[in-house]
Design a protein around this ligand. Sequence first.
Ligand SMILES: [Zn+2]
Length: 283
Amino acid sequence: MVFVKAVVAAAEQVEAPVLIGASEGERRFFGTPEVAAVVRSLRERGERPIFLNADHTHSLESAVEAAKAGFDAVVIDFSKLPFDENVRRTREVVEAVRAIDGDIIVEGEIGDIGSGSRIHEGAGNEPRHLTTADEARRFVDATGIDVLAPAVGNRHGMVAGMVRGETKKRLDVGRIAEIKEATGVFLTLHGASGTDDEDLRRAIVAGINIVHINTEMRVAWRNALEASLARAPGEVVPYDILSPVVAAVQQIVQSRLRLFGARPPIGTAAAAGDAASDRAPAG
Ligand SMILES: [Zn+2]
C-alpha cells in the first residue's frame, strides 16, 4: 500500500503514465484481486494512465489468476528453462490469458537477469548470458508476445556498492538497438535500480519502452521506516509512522520518472513534435 500510494502520487506530481508491478510474492501477500481492486479504484480517481502488471509470473495458473483479476499485463518468466521449453510454455500462457482478456499485454523473457529485488552479495559485475538479436527475434516470432524483456547488462537487485552510490550498472545500448531492430516489439528493462543515468537515457532512445525500478524504492522504504520509528519511539499509529515513508519512496519514483522523460501528455504544447506517442509507461 505504501508503494502504490507513492507511485500514484509521483505520477500525478510529474504528470507521467506509470505501470504498477506486483510480483508473485507481493500478490500472495496483498491478494491478487485486492491489488487489482485498489489500482482500479485509484485509476478511476486520477487523471494519469495507471497500468497494473503481474510481474515475474512463473506458472500458467498464476498468469490466469492475474488475467482474471483484471491485470493489464502479465510478465511470464520461464527464462531459467531451455530456449525451446521457454518458447513452448510462454506461448501456452499467451493463448490462455488472451482467451480471458483480448487486450491483455504479455511480456516474455530470455537471458539471465538474476532474481530478487534485494541487496545481493558480490561485486555485481559477474558475467551473464546476454540476449542476442537473433534469439530475441526467434523468441518473439515463436511466442507471439507483445513485449520482450532482454538481458542487456541489467540485473535484478543491487549490490552494497550501488546502494552507497559508488558503483553503477552499465547497459549494452548497442545490443538494445539491435534487439529493437530485429523484433520491432516493446522492450522492458528489468532490474534498472542502480543503473548509470546516462545509460538509462540512451537505452530509452535505443528502444526501451518500460523501465522497472524496485530495489531503489525498497532501500528508500527501509531507510525512511527506520528513521520514522527512531524519531518517535512511542508512536503506534501506522499512518503517522508511514506517511514520511510514502514521501521518501515517492521522491525516488519522481526522480526516476523525470529522468525517463516525464512530461505532459501528447496533445499539449510541450510534447508536440517529439516521440512521446510511442513512449510506454515507466514505473
Ligand atoms: Zn524483473
